[in-house]
Design a protein around this ligand. Sequence first.
Ligand SMILES: *Cc1c(COP(=O)(O)O)cnc(C)c1O
Length: 401
Amino acid sequence: MIWYPYQQMKTMGAPYEIVDAEGVYLYTKEGKMIDSVSSWWSVIHGYKHPELNQAIIDQVNRFSHVMLGGLTHQPVQRLSQKLEEFLPGDLNYCFFSDSGSVAVEVALKMALQYCMNRGEHGRTMILALEHAYHGDTFKTMEAGDDEDYHFVLNAYGPSQYVVHIPTEVQALEQAFARHGHQLNCLLVEPLLQGAGGMRMYDISFLKRARELCDQYGVLLIFDEVATGLGRTGNRFVADLVLPDILVLGKALTGGYIGHAVTVANQRVFEAFYDDDPGHALMHGPTFMGNALACAAALKSIELFERQDYMSKIRRIEAVTRREMAGFSHPRVREVRIMGGCVCVEVLHPDDLRGYQQFAYQRGVFSRPFLNCMYAMVPYVIPEEALIQVLDTMKAWFAGRG
Ligand SMILES: *Cc1c(COP(=O)(O)O)cnc(C)c1O
C-alpha cells in the first residue's frame, strides 16, 4: 500500500491518477488539467520536454549512476562548473545530494563544523524565521517553524539550538544582540517563505541580515530550494544579497529527477581545506551527483538561459497583476504576488474546503494548504492557460458569502 504524504490515510480522498503529461497539462483517463503547482514547484519547463527527455536518454545510454566516492564523471564536473559561473559571487563549491531537505542538512552541518574547525566551539545555535519551512528531516524540522507539519517535534519540548524571529529588522537586531556570539548561522528562505504560507517580505531585511552576519561572524544561508531559478522574479535572491551558503533543489533538474545542491563560498570551503582529516566534511549521500540528474540539470539551466526565462517570468507576473487587479472578497485576507507566485490568503482554511475538486472540474490542478490558495505555474505556460488558472481562483469566491 502507498503511504501518501501529509495526509490522514483514513480520511483522505482518492488522488487523481495521471496517465500522461505534456507541457503544462496532466492527463487523467477522463481529461486534462493545467498543473498550477508545477509538481511541488519543480517542473518549470513543463512535462515531456523534448530536449530534457533527450538529455536523459543520451546519458542513460552511457551510464545512469556511479558513486562519487572515489569516482567522478563528466556530467557532475560540467554541472559544478556551470553552477560556478551561473551563481553570483564566490559561491563556487558544490556539494550534491538527492533532496532539498538533505541539502539543507548539509548546509547546517557545514555551518556548525565551519565554527568547530576554527575553534569556535560555543557557536551551536541557529537563527531562523517564524513560519520557516526547510524540509522534513529532523534538523530541518527543528529549524523550521510550523506546527502543522512538524508537531511530532513537540515530543522533545522547545529547542535549545534554534531561535525563531519574525521578518522584522528590529527582531533581527535584538536576536543578534542577544545570541550573536552563540550563532553559527542565520538560515532563511529569502523573500518568499513557501510551505509556511507563501509569505513575502522585503529585501531590506536581508540586507541588514548580511551586515549583522558579517559583524558577528555568523554564516548567512539562503535556502533557495523553492525560490531559486526565477520564482521570485529574480534569478536567485542571492543575486541581490550574497549569502555564504546557497541551497538549490526542486527546479534544479526541471523537476525531472530529485536532486539538490549546497553551494559554499570560498571562506566556508577554506575552513575545511586542511591537512587535518578531522576537518573534512563527513557527508556522502549514495546518489549524490547522479549522472541522470546532472544531465537534466545541465539541460535545464541551458534552456533557462537560452530561452530567456526571466522574461517569461516577468510576463507571468505582469499577466497575474493585471488579472488579479481589483479582486477582493470578504473571505479573502490578502492577495500576494511575487514573480511566478500568486497567493490568495483566505481568513479561514475552511474557506478552501472543496476548492481542489472545484478546480479539477474547470481543468486546473491545485493543492491549497493552510489558508493559502496559490499558483506556481510552469514558466512555459501560455497566456490563455494562465488566465484560466487565475479565473478559476477568482470564480471560487463568486457567489460565496
Ligand atoms: C521543498 C523545500 C525543501 C525540502 O526539499 P525536499 O526535496 O522536499 O526535501 C526545503 N526547503 C524549502 C524552502 C522547500 O520549499
